[in-house]
Ligand binder design. Sequence first.
Ligand code: HEM
Ligand code: HEM
Length: 186
Amino acid sequence: MSKPTEAIGPVTVWDPLVRVFHWSLVGSVAIAWITGDEGPKTVHHWAGYVAAALITVRLVWGLVGTRHARFSAFVRHPKAVLGYLRDIARGVERRYIGHNPAGGAMIIALLLVVGAQVLTGWLATTDMFFGVDWIEELHGLTSKLILVLIGLHVLGVVVASWRHRENLPLAMLTGRKRPATGDDVA
Ligand code: HEM
Ligand code: HEM
C-alpha cells in the first residue's frame, strides 16, 4: 500500500521572494561579470549595487521569512555538512525538501563572496582606495572565486537533481517540489 503522502501533489517550498531573489541575483552577477573587464563602468557598478540590495533583503528574509527560506532551516554545523558530503560519496544521502546541508553551506559562501565582491568594488571607487592596486587585485580575485563557487553550486544542483530524480532549477522557478516520502527530510 502506498504511503498517504504519495497521493498528495507538489508542495510549495520556495516562496516568491526567494525565487525572484535567486534569478535576479543570477542576472545581476552575470551582468556585473560581463561588464567588469573593459569600457565604462556605470552598468557594472549598478549591477553590483543591485546584487548588494538583493543580498540585504535576503539576509532579512533569512530571519523572518517562510519556513524553508530561514537560515535556521538550512545553515548547519560544518560537521553535518561534511557528513552529508560523505553520504553523497557513498550514495546514501537523504533527499531534503528545503536546502540540504551542503547546499546551505554553498549558499552562505555565495552570499559572503558576492558581498565581498561588491564591497571591494565599491572601495575601489572611493577617494581612499581609488587606484590602490591591492583592492583592485582583491576585486579581480574574488570575481574568480565567484566563478568557482557558481560552478560547484551548479554541479551540486545537477547531482542532487539526478540523484533524487527531480528538476531543482525548475523548482526554483515554480517554487514547487514533490512532497517528502519515506526517508526524506521535510
Ligand atoms: C550567479 C550565479 C548564481 C548564484 C549567485 C546563485 C545563488 C544561489 C543562492 C543564494 C541560492 C539560495 C536561494 C535562497 O534560499 O534564497 C541558490 C539556490 C539554488 N540555485 Fe543558484 N545561484 C546561481 C546560479 C544558479 C544556476 C545557473 C542554477 C541552475 C542550474 C541555479 C539553481 C539553483 C537551485 C536549484 C537552487 C535551490 C537548491 C536547493 O534545492 O536546495 N543557481 N542559488
Ligand atoms: C556582483 C558584483 C561584481 C562582480 C561580479 C564584479 C566583477 C568584476 C570583474 C570580473 C572585474 C574585472 C577584474 C579584472 O580585470 O581583473 C571588475 C572590475 C572592476 N569592478 Fe567590479 N564586480 C562587481 C561589483 C562591483 C561594484 C559594486 C563596483 C563599484 C561600485 C565595482 C567596481 C569595479 C571597478 C572600478 C573595476 C575595475 C578595476 C580595474 O580597473 O582593475 N565592481 N569587476
